[in-house]
Ligand binder design. Structure first.
Ligand code: NAD
Length: 479
């Protein structure tokens, strides 16, 4: 169970929100209430920002090696507690328990990698041009207290990227996880507290998202804003960050194309594509969405892909063998149906799914639609759910042009056995991450981020750490 005492975490203490509004956590697998808690009010938000300022003063002066030792004590606790944290994650978010367990373990890996990298952050010495200057050092210093906003689709992984980068760099954090999945983030914070993290370095608030973001971003203590979520909200927070001159990183939506070339093995690609597409019920920003398959291969790909989608074991994430769980909110069911109906009106053929599953909870069937015209909304709007689009292409350059036609540019994928085509796809696809012959572009060691409307900056990898640092010139002359 998620902790029924869901609370805020401010200045080293778990405290009840002082707002009048109450929020509920529901189990998406059956709609049952799991927890009920009070939202933060303005005084709570000011307290969290103030605590982060004091926490920063302590943590930014802690030696990097000490920070590393404490952070890795926390990740050891996260690994030890992973089965219990994964259960909380599945209960409040819905994904299969095995996926939740992998996510929690990966979160510890992400945090560890960032802490390791922070130990060896290099400063740059620049030769002086003034005769009495002894040294000119361009140092990397922590940027300051961070306001971090994470969505519900990866309740452990996304907070881990932000907490991991910020703490490793020496920053403090006020985290606002999604209100539907607070138990997972609280469990991560508990591990840091139990590992001995000083009060104020990590804080967590929950409540009304627009109120929290507008208050924290305007607060003088907050130096940087990091957001993961939809493009419209990312734009709003970017405007606020710009108004208050705060550093800003945004990891926003995607609409990933997949190009399957004539020389690829269509059945083998379909075998990889089914789990990649329907993992987390398609609620993944790098999820493959538009499958463009060479006309000579589309029949074989269609047969294997649709058979794989139909064979997925749908169920409660806690049940053994479940491969496909519910959507996060009931309202997402109506959104899936609206997109499917519109695609059908635009000439699309539903090859499987296309409807809610008749069982308790918020399940929408794995759906494949072929031939919806470019007028269909789902061809442009991120479905953020279990909808895959299928279309044929004849010419590779044309496929790349179609792949690049949207304002998104997060992930893109290509499948080919031909080296020249692999390079054409790698160079030609406009995305922050291009996977050739696989879908595994999100790893702790590599930067995750998008181009065009898909975001600003990176998380994870060395670059994810650098985004929590600022350059500082220290020039020392002989007295
Ligand atoms: P939503 O935009 O209502 O919420 C998404 C997240 O943003 C939630 O965690 C919410 O608390 C937060 N949020 C919303 N307004 C905010 C504000 N003013 N300040 C701070 N945080 C705010 O969408 P939804 O219906 O829950 O999810 C569907 C959409 O969200 C999809 O279209 C998808 O693009 C997007 N999404 C993207 C990601 C991602 O990883 N890129 C993750 C989750 C959702």
């Amino acid at each position: 169970m998620p902790d029924p005492e869901i609370s805020l975490y401010i200045d080293g203490a778990f405290v009840a929100g002082r707002g009048t509004r109450r929020l509920r956590v529901l189990n998406p697998a059956d709609g049952a209430p799991l927890a009920d808690y009070a939202a933060a009010d303005e005084a709570d938000l000011a307290a969290a920002a103030g605590a982060a300022a004091r926490g920063f003063a302590v943590w930014s002066r802690t030696l990097p090696l000490e920070r590393f030792r404490l952070i890795t004590r926390a990740t050891a606790l996260i690994r030890e507690r992973a089965p219990a944290i994964a259960r909380t994650l599945t209960l409040e978010q819905g994904k299969p328990l095995a996926e939740a367990l992998r996510e929690v373990q990966l979160s510890a890996d992400i945090i560890d990698f960032l802490a390791e990298e922070a130990k060896r952050l290099a400063a740059r010495g620049v030769p002086p041009r003034l005769p009495n200057v002894l040294s000119q050092t361009v140092a990397r210093v922590p940027v300051g207290p961070v306001a971090a906003f994470t969505p519900w689709n990866f309740p452990a992984n996304l907070p881990a990227r932000k907490i991991g980068g910020a703490l490793a760099a020496g920053c403090s954090v006020v985290l606002k996880p999604d209100e539907q999945v607070p138990g997972t983030a609280l469990a991560l914070l508990r591990a840091f507290r139990d590992a001995g993290l000083p009060p104020g370095v990590l804080n967590l608030v929950l409540g009304d998202p627009p109120q929290i973001s507008s208050t924290l971003i305007a607060h003088p203590a907050i130096a940087k804003v990091s957001f993961t979520g939809s493009v419209p909200v990312g734009r709003q927070l970017g405007e606020l960050a710009a108004r208050h001159l705060k550093r800003y990183t945004a990891e926003l939506g995607g609409h990933a194309p997949v190009i399957v070339c004539a020389d690829a093995d269509p059945a083998a690609v379909a075998k990889l594509a089914v789990p990649a597409k329907f993992r987390n019920a398609g609620q993944v920003c790098a999820s493959p969405i538009r499958f463009l398959v060479h006309r000579s291969r589309i029949d074989a790909f269609r047969d294997a892909f649709v058979a794989g989608a139909r064979a997925l074991k749908v169920g409660n994430g806690l049940d053994d063998g479940t491969q496909f769980g519910p959507l996060i909110h009931e309202r997402r069911l109506a959104e899936m149906q609206r997109l499917v109906d519109d695609a059908v009106a635009c000439g699309g053929r539903v090859l499987c799914g296309g409807h809610r599953i008749d069982r308790p909870g918020w399940f929408y069937a794995p759906t494949v639609i072929e031939g919806a015209s470019d007028a269909a909304q789902v061809q442009r709007q991120e479905p953020f759910g279990p909808i895959a689009l299928l279309d044929a292409f004849d010419d590779l350059d044309d496929a790349v042009r179609r792949a690049n036609a949207l304002p998104y540019g997060l992930a893109a994928y290509g499948f080919t056995h031909d080296l020249a085509a692999a390079h054409r796809l790698g160079q030609g696809l406009q995305a922050g991450m291009v996977g050739i012959n696989h879908f595994g572009v999100s790893q702790p060691e590599t930067p995750f981020g998008g181009v065009k409307d898909s975001g600003l900056g990176h998380e994870s990898g060395l670059e994810g750490l650098l985004s929590y640092t600022e350059l500082k010139l220290i020039s020392v002359a002989a007295p």
